[in-house]
Design a protein around this ligand. Structure first.
Ligand SMILES: Nc1nc2c(ncn2[C@@H]2O[C@H](COP(=O)(O)OP(=O)(O)OP(=O)(O)O)[C@@H](O)[C@H]2O)c(=O)[nH]1
Ligand SMILES: [Mg+2]
Length: 332
């Protein structure tokens, strides 16, 4: 094994394959910092991935996502399954903030060699958080983790990218998170696969349950009806039931052939999203660096040139695209 901080492409890939914690930590740090070595290692490992089952845990701030993951990890460790946890905090410029809270929540598992826990903030992700999350998942997958939990705060659209790579998405709500109910109802938030109403010790838990049920009754025509589980993460109440629902969803996907389909769609979307975000960054940089392109923008702002003519000229110069379709620039 290589000396400390002395990983080569080969030794790092080998270390990850062997599930070596130090190699895993190093590989994910490299991924976080968009280092070329991470790119090489993930590239080497990619053919060996596809075995881990990824569970996305999303929901508004403070509903108990980390507490639930901690309880779920305890539960699945009872079944001897190896686990990875990636906790993503898009709002945190540094991962330390997220880490502190999660350290407390997930502290029970830090000494367990079969559990690898990592927090990621938005710091330094040239390629975006979704890209880093996908890479981290692939690293944990190649390391032989059977289950990988992905935690991210979500109240609407932003988290979709991060959670979009999960096989099963669990939305965690708590009594009083009415905004999420509205978001679900309005279709801003996609209907998840499983819903946990956590902090069920709260007196308004039943009301919340009824509200969620009524929203879900509007969602027809899917083969899978999202089950709702009332949980109390800190005491581990109904955590086995929640896990059972995740397993049922997995069985449903596998038996109906939808798991493969979903993974294919997720990967395609991920590749497209990353490519689009890079193209968008490239475009911004190119315009910022080019006097002529900046002048085009100024002319639009001065109402001397119409916007679509500027779009056409910019696209032609930056990407050599000349189909004249202005809408295509709205990469998001
Ligand atoms: N009463 C009660 N409190 C809970 C329960 N689950 C979690 N909490 C508490 O809620 C607070 C937030 O829990 P976290 O697990 O950090 O929630 P989170 O959703 O991960 O929070 P962020 O990652 O910051 O969005 C903590 O103080 C927990 O102890 C529960 O079932 N009942
Ligand atoms: Mg958390």
């Amino acid at each position: 094994m290589a000396a400390r901080r002395d990983f080569t492409r080969e030794s790092l890939a080998a270390g990850v394959r062997a599930g070596d914690r130090r190699a895993l930590a190093r590989a994910i740090t490299l991924v976080e910092n968009s280092e070329p070595l991470a790119y090489d290692v993930v590239r080497d490992l990619y053919p060996e991935t596809g075995n881990a089952y990824a569970i996305g845990i999303t929901g508004p701030p403070g509903v108990g996502k980390s507490s639930l993951i901690s309880a779920l990890v305890r539960h699945v460790r009872g079944q001897q399954r190896s686990v990875g946890v990636v906790s993503v905090d898009p709002s945190s410029p540094f991962s330390q903030g997220a880490l502190l809270g999660d350290r407390i929540r997930l502290a029970d598992h830090f000494l367990d060699p079969e559990v690898f826990i990592r927090s990621m903030g938005s710091r330094g992700h040239l390629g975006g958080l979704a890209e880093a999350t996908l890479q981290a998942l692939l690293v944990l997958d190649a390391a032989g983790k059977e289950l990988v939990f992905l935690e991210t705060v979500g109240t609407g659209q932003g988290e979709v990218e991060v959670i979009g790579i999960a096989d099963t998405v669990v939305l965690v709500l708590m009594p009083g998170s009415g905004d999420s109910i509205q978001a679900l109802k309005a279709g801003i938030m996609e209907i998840p696969d499983v819903i946990a109403i956590n902090k069920s010790d709260h007196p308004a838990a039943k009301t919340m349950l009824n509200e969620v049920r009524s929203v879900l009754s509007l969602d027809t025509g899917r083969g899978w009806k999202p089950p709702i589980v009332l949980t109390e993460a800190v005491r581990g109440e109904h955590v086995p039931e929640l896990w059972e629902k995740v397993e049922e969803h997995r069985a449903f996907l596998e038996q109906s052939g939808q798991l493969e389909e979903r993974r294919r769609a997720n990967l395609a979307r991920e590749v497209f999203a990353v490519a689009a975000s890079r193209a968008s960054r490239h475009l911004q940089q190119a315009v910022a660096d080019d006097d002529e392109l900046r002048r085009l923008l100024a002319e639009v702002q001065a109402r001397e040139l119409d916007p679509l003519t500027a779009v056409r000229e910019i696209l032609e110069k930056v990407f050599r695209i000349n189909d004249g379709d202005g809408d295509r620039t709205r990469a998001s």
